[in-house]
Design a protein. Structure first.
Length: 84
């Protein structure tokens, strides 16, 4: 009976080892320059100097500051994924 338990345990271990992550190479989704652009926009927002496009209202939402930074990076031609 002890041998059956040992056999079950070893089969569980080998099953967990076989589910390794795929060794697929992944590249960065955002370029370092795009990250720098977002960083500067966040800094401007924190200082209270960041304004939105047409209306010119002050930006207070961090998500909006990130969106503005990514938009500027796209316009400059940096590596940024397309909008959904």
């Amino acid at each position: 009976m002890a041998t059956k338990k040992a056999a079950k345990k070893s089969s569980k271990k080998s099953a967990s080892r076989s589910t390794k992550k795929s060794s697929k190479k992944s590249s960065r989704k955002y370029s370092p320059a795009a990250g720098k652009e977002v960083e500067t926009e966040m800094h401007e927002m924190k200082r209270g100097k960041l304004k939105s496009g047409r209306s010119g209202k002050k930006v207070t939402n961090p998500k909006q500051a990130i969106a503005i930074g990514l938009s500027k990076a796209r316009k400059k031609g940096e590596k940024v994924p397309k909008k959904k």
